[in-house]
Ligand binder design. Structure first.
Ligand code: ASP
Length: 331
């Protein structure tokens, strides 16, 4: 395979997940995540393709369900440190798919670089027949070397498709095409190493973001509570005893029952900000500045999962409801 003469230098940061998973009998289902070193995965991709000049680090070796706020802060601060001190053209992060969307959005809001930052993973372990990891990793490296990926915020590559960190969601529990941007489609496609962008993120990200986590070890505690008919109101009592903010996954346009509405109003007046998002995949929970002290801050089109990330960062800057609402309109 012909290599580029002086290939752009890329750092691949492994965090574990199924892309580094091992199982028996070539199966896609029985396996353990986070077993293979990122160096081995990258070497394999480099041996067989155009890529070289790659550094690797096993930053975490976890199933992404074990990701925590402390780990997110460490990862983001690490990327900020190396992007200043080293001459990397771009960064690739390999990650478990289960919570990839939360990590992607957190990095999108806290990484301070215009360089390409691309996250990928796999739905099938490395030992499966038809493992999707090698192609996803190959395409993530290709995207991290692309000029077109500069200043686009954190990007996710999965199954030949480029997504924005803000809008990407996991949409399938086991198929290789496991991610999507719902109504918003995607940012572009990849065919082998070739990059095709059609859309750009419109919300603030990376160097345009005002969130600074360099001095933090943990984040304010934000919990998500889902509403459904006859949901026990005691859930709200329980959660509000030990948190800094609440995200409601409401019905329809962020709605809850009459009794929940009363409780939410009390929680807000006790000083705990509540964000109203929706359990519906598409659409906007519309903004009404007159009711944020009664009904809560409106999540715009952010999912409950993404709203939790933004509210926890917003709370590092302010507990004022109007100011937090502004963040939800801008990010
Ligand atoms: N449980 C795995 C993880 O999120 C799933 C995956 O990577 O696909 O780490």
């Amino acid at each position: 395979m012909k290599k580029e003469k002086k290939s752009k230098r890329i750092l691949v940061i492994g965090t574990g997940g199924t892309i580094a998973g091992k199982g028996d009998n070539f199966k896609t289902s029985d396996y353990t995540a986070a077993q293979i070193k990122i160096e081995d995965l990258v070497n394999e991709v480099c041996e067989n393709t155009i890529h070289d000049n790659m550094d690797t680090i096993d930053y975490f070796n976890i199933d992404s369900c074990d990701m925590t706020s402390e780990k997110l802060i460490k990862l983001s601060n690490y990327i900020n440190k190396v992007s200043e001190s080293e001459d990397y053209y771009g960064f690739v992060i390999t990650h478990g798919t289960d919570t990839l969307e939360e990590t992607a959005y957190f990095l999108n809001l806290t990484v301070k670089t215009q360089k390409p930052v691309v996250i990928t993973g796999a739905m099938r372990p490395h030992t499966a027949l038809g493992a999707d990891g090698p192609m996803n990793l190959y395409q993530a490296i290709s995207l991290a070397k692309s000029e077109d990926a500069i200043n686009k915020g954190v990007l996710v590559v999965f199954s030949d498709t480029i997504y924005s960190a803000r809008d990407v969601s996991k949409i399938n529990t086991f198929k290789p095409a496991a991610f999507g941007q719902k109504d918003l489609g995607c940012l572009g496609y990849m065919r082998d190493e070739n990059v095709f962008f059609y859309n750009s993120p419109t919300k603030k990200h990376t160097i345009y973001s005002e969130f600074d986590i360099s001095y933090l070890e943990n984040l304010p505690k934000v919990e998500i509570v889902m509403f459904y008919p006859s949901a026990d109101i005691k859930i709200l009592d329980y959660v509000s005893k030990d948190c800094d903010g609440i995200v409601l996954a409401g019905a329809g346009c962020g709605n809850v029952s009459t009794s929940w509405s009363e409780k939410v109003k009390k929680i807000i007046s006790s000083g705990i900000p509540v964000v109203r998002s929706s359990r519906i995949a598409n659409g906007v929970v519309t903004y009404n500045e007159k009711t944020i002290h009664e009904k809560g801050i409106f999540a715009e089109n952010l999912s409950p999962l993404k709203s939790r990330i933004l509210l926890s960062l917003a709370l590092t800057k302010s507990t004022n409801l109007e100011e937090i609402q502004k963040f939800f309109l801008e990010y």
